[in-house]
Each structure stands twice: as C-alpha cells, then as structure tokens.
Design a protein around this ligand. Structure first.
Ligand code: PHE
Length: 332
C-alpha cells in the first residue's frame, strides 16, 4: 500500500478510537516493529537512490506525525475518562504499598521461651482468672483474714464483693490441685495487680509465672535442678544463681532466688537481683485442697516475667512495657 493511503487510514482509526487498549493496537498495527509504516521504511533499501531519499523523508515524516497523533489521543482519553478499563494502562513495575507490620511484645517473647523451657521438662501450661476470690488469693494459701502477711500484697478490691484483682498467680495452685490428682507439674503465666506507687521497677500491673510440682518424693534438690535448668535456658550456661531464706505463708521453708546481673548496661551489673519467690508447699495448703501432707509434697515458685524481660532485653524502666508505644516494641 502506498504510504499516503496508510497515513489516511491510520488517521481515521486514531480519530475514532475510544479506549487505550485499542489505541495500543493501532500503534502496533502502524508503528510497531512489524507495523505498516515500519515495513515501508524497511523496504526502502531495495529502491534506487533518488526514490529512496524521497520516500524515506516522506515515511519518516508520517511516522512522526502518527506518533504525535497517538500521544495526543492517549492524553485525551486519560483526561476525559478515568473510570473504565482505560485505567489498565498502569505501571506494573511501581513498588506496592506494604501494610504496617506488628511486633511481638518483649513480655510475649520471654513468656514463649519460659513456656518452651518448662514444657521440655514435662510441665503443662495452665491459665487462670485475673479477677479472683479472697479465698483463692489468700485463705487457701494459708493467709487467713487479719494475718499480717496480707500486707505483703497491696490489693485492689472490687466494690461490694469479696472479689479482687489477683496479687499473684499463686491462687492457681489451689484451684488446680482441687480439680486434679497428684502427681502434677504445671506452670501458670499471667497478669497480676498490686495497689502500689509506680517507679522504674514497680507498676500496678506485672506478669508472673507460677510453678508447681507435686509428687511422692519431690524435694528441694529437684527444685534447684529445675530452676537452674530453666534459668540457663533463658540466660545461657554461664548463669549464676543463689537461694536466700525468705518468708511466704504458703511455703515452708521459703526462699528468694537471686541471679547475678551480667548485662553490661544494667545499673546493677555485678550485683544480685531478686527474680522469684519459692519454697516447699506448706502442709496447710495441701490440706486445704484435700491432699494428704504425709503422702504428697512438692515445690512452688513465682517468677517475675517483667524482671526477666527487662534483664534479657536491657530495659531499664518497667513502665515502658505498658506504654503501648510502637517505637518501644519495634526494637525486640
Ligand atoms: N506468690 C509469691 C509472690 O507473688 C511468690 C511465690 C510463689 C512464693 C510460690 C512461693 C511460692 O510474691
């Protein structure tokens, strides 16, 4: 076909087209690698020189003209119609928008490690209520009304009920033993509450893990072995711990467990830090759940999860843990 007819035809088609997709087809039909204008340009090489020059100039002019027409049309379509499938002319190489990513809270991270460590030693993970009765939080644990030791736990009482926010996870010792026969091995991670002034190491809420192991011959030596294995899982083989005599109404004898601080930036570097209370379960507690004290015995402990998380992740203020600030939790 002669180049001028090609031009006329192309112009007509460009004029009538309404969609970008069709415009693209027109571009390909005339100006694409095997398009009609390109074929004409290609065929020039076989012509005598004079004719080649003339036709070549002409064909290139038409090519430029059609290109301009198509670009103009494209802009026209984009301007007048941005609803239909003309939108399809998109840049598929543009990067997408990533949704914001969440992060595990340091308390969750350490709790996971604690659970894994104890599960590997045959302990089950049990849940308990955050709102407790006075009976399970105190009486069943050998802390009757008016017992001076109740002052150890500054308590949030609920209005007009003998309900309270649990001050420790120990009430689950009694709840679990009432419903299950010995021997047993459990841990109970959970949130606790104390009516205290807050500072860098105290908050009105915090997390504990209760531990309880009951059997025929469960001894202090077993306790030390289990706790040492657990703390080494969390802090590595170089961990140093010590037992100090302590007092809890629900254990006899009772201990506090300290570990040696090795974290370089910790303000207690090189000193002992208290991380848990523990002891052999008091016969009165066994009696209150219907176990025979002469037949069953065992140990219990309560670890402060916040303390462990703060040590491990070098956090110097407990209140950061409850700030809800993403800039904080992003770091772990
Ligand atoms: N419940 C005690 C506390 O919160 C810790 C503890 C648990 C002590 C179990 C002995 C046995 O202080």
């Amino acid at each position: 076909m002669d180049i001028n007819s090609i031009k006329q035809e192309a112009k007509k088609e460009i004029d009538q087209v309404k969609r970008l997709k069709e415009l693209e087809q027109i571009f390909r039909k005339y100006l694409g690698k095997k398009g009609e204008v390109s074929l004409v340009l290609h065929s020039l090489k076989d012509l005598p020189e004079k004719e080649r020059k003339e036709k070549g100039l002409m064909a290139n002019k038409i090519k430029k003209e059609l290109n301009e027409l198509i670009t103009k049309k494209k802009n026209e379509i984009l301007l007048t119609d941005n609803k239909s499938d003309n939108q399809e002319w998109i840049d598929v190489t543009a990067p997408g928008i990533l949704p914001p990513q969440g992060y595990a809270h340091p308390i969750s991270l350490i709790q996971q490690q604690i659970e894994e460590s104890f599960q590997s030693m045959g302990f089950s993970v049990i849940d308990g209520p955050e709102v407790e009765t006075e009976y399970y939080n105190f009486d069943a644990l050998n802390i009757p009304k008016n017992h001076p030791a109740r002052d150890q736990w500054d308590t949030f009482w609920l209005k007009n009920l003998d309900l309270l926010l649990r001050t420790h996870t120990s009430p689950m010792q009694a709840r679990y033993m009432e419903k299950n026969n010995p021997p047993l091995r459990i841990i109970v991670p959970g949130r606790c509450f104390r009516h205290e002034a807050t500072d860098a190491s105290h908050d009105v809420q915090f997390y504990q893990v209760e531990g309880l192991m009951i059997g025929k011959n469960v001894s202090m030596a077993n306790f030390k072995g289990v706790i040492k294995a657990f703390l080494k899982d969390i802090f590595g083989p170089k961990l140093k711990m010590r037992l100090r005599p302590g007092y809890f109404p629900f254990t006899e004898p009772s201990f506090e467990i300290d570990i040696m601080v090795r974290q370089a930036h910790h303000k207690k570097l090189g000193q002992w830090l208290e991380i848990m209370g523990a002891g052999m379960v008091h016969p009165n507690v066994l009696k209150s759940v219907g176990y025979l004290p002469g037949e069953w015995q065992g140990f219990a402990f309560g670890v402060g999860i916040d303390r462990l998380a703060m040590l491990k992740y070098e956090i110097d203020d407990i209140r950061l843990l409850y700030s809800g600030d993403m800039r904080f939790s992003k770091q772990f």
